[in-house]
Design a protein around this ligand. Structure first.
Ligand code: GLA
Length: 400
């Protein structure tokens, strides 16, 4: 699925979706799947690029997720078919090589290889993958796939990982096998989600705190439909700039820089590095503040924090595209908008709005129209709910 394609209606109904996935399994592999696993995407409310700086992120694991229906094989081979991409991969567990030019295959292979390297026995299987997380759009489709795959191998192998360890192993697979030096945000969100709440993640000690959101607010994802890719050089470039700034200030990560320290020692950094650093220091503090404002229902503060985050992303961290600016204008002008900002790494992709729940429909219609008017692109605008983290479930029971 390209990010410019809309998620079909049938995929949003769990019964129909499970029925289609089971049907696909029968067509490809004959017989029925014996286990189902799912893992959610995420949208971050605050904390862009703070994870690899060991700061705070406020994240929401969402009701858009990746499903896998699988059945064990006895020949130590893995065969996996992606319904979204209409593509199949097959590999032997005893000699896992990466595939040049096919990232989705490498997510599956990378997780299998990483688990085995940890001494966890992976078993061969036939598997169908289906996702409602738009691909390469900033909602963590890759982590959802990795964490669903790890959950499948866990169930097949009969061993159990804590959600924290599963997240770390999936991140390792992405860092080392796929070669994308992402932080821990996406995999942690996908593994540690809890129904009904957001998570405040401390990326230094990797602890999470459940954050309850006061009633009356809806979370609405607004997809600019412009693609983004972490493997593109800009993400790695931002990360390197932050590491250099930390080294110049003599700290192990920008998490350790306070606003006072930055003000006093700004001259020791290049103007570019100082802007990156200023953004991270403020953004990490905003993640903690937003957690309080969301729980307390302080909507004006929510709006101010989101606006400051977007301004910093645009002016200090340089991760905003023209499509994102057009979407921000559309979101802020729409009825019911409480706060709006970027999501994920930026550089296009999805954005997020916090909206007065009673005005969600009017908000969606207005954003769609305004964004289309300024870009001639039809965006996908949809509410999401907080979702539980990676788990097995009974797809056979819900499918029809
Ligand atoms: C991507 C990465 C995360 C994080 C965000 C930006 O989603 O995978 O680790 O750095 O960008 O906050």
């Amino acid at each position: 699925m390209r990010s410019t394609e809309q998620t079909p209606d049938w995929a949003m109904n769990p019964e129909t979706r499970a029925g289609r996935v089971a049907e696909c399994f029968r067509e490809r592999f004959a017989g029925e799947p014996e286990l189902w696993a799912r893992a959610p995407g995420r949208v971050d409310f605050m904390g862009s690029h703070t994870d690899y700086n060991l700061g705070y992120v406020l994240t929401l694991p969402i009701s858009r997720d990746t499903w896998i229906a699988a059945r064990r094989r006895d020949d130590r081979r893995v065969r996996v078919y992606s319904m979204n991409l209409d593509a199949e991969d097959e590999f032997p567990l005893d000699a896992i090589a990466s595939v040049a030019g096919s990232r989705w295959c490498n997510y599956v292979r990378g997780v299998a290889a990483t688990l085995q390297n940890e001494g966890l026995a992976a078993l061969g299987c036939d598997a169908i993958v289906h996702s409602t997380v738009p691909l390469e759009s900033g909602l963590s489709s890759s982590a959802a796939l990795e964490c669903a795959v790890a959950t499948m191998f866990e169930e097949l192998g009969g061993w159990k990982l804590t959600p924290e360890r599963k997240a770390l192993l999936c991140q390792k697979a992405e860092n080392e096998f796929v070669g994308v030096k992402c932080g821990i945000l996406d995999q942690y969100s996908s593994c540690l989600g809890r129904e009904g709440c957001a998570l405040l993640l401390d990326c230094r000690d990797l602890s999470t705190r459940a954050v309850w959101i006061a009633g009356g607010i809806r979370v609405v994802v607004c997809n600019t439909m412009s693609r983004r890719r972490l493997s593109g050089g800009e993400y790695a470039e931002r990360r390197a700039e932050c590491e250099q700034a930390a080294a110049a200030l003599g700290v192990s990560a920008l998490r350790d820089v306070t606003p006072g320290m930055l003000a006093a020692r700004r001259h020791e950094l290049s103007p570019g590095a100082a802007r990156r650093c200023e953004f991270i220091v403020a953004e990490s503090a905003r993640a903690e503040s937003l957690a309080g404002a969301l729980t307390g229902g302080d909507w004006p503060v929510v709006g101010q924090l989101c606006a400051a985050s977007f301004a910093g992303a645009r002016d200090l961290y340089d991760i905003c595209s023209p499509a994102m600016v057009a979407m921000m204008d559309a979101m802020l002008a729409a009825p019911g908008a409480i706060g709006a900002r970027q999501a994920g790494a930026g550089f296009g992709g999805c954005m997020v709005a916090l909206v007065d729940a009673t005005r969600t429909d009017a908000f969606r219609a207005a954003v769609r129209e305004a964004y289309y008017r300024s870009t001639q692109v039809d965006p996908e605008i949809y509410p999401v709910e907080a979702a539980p983290g990676a788990e097995v479930f009974d797809g056979a029971k819900i499918g029809k």
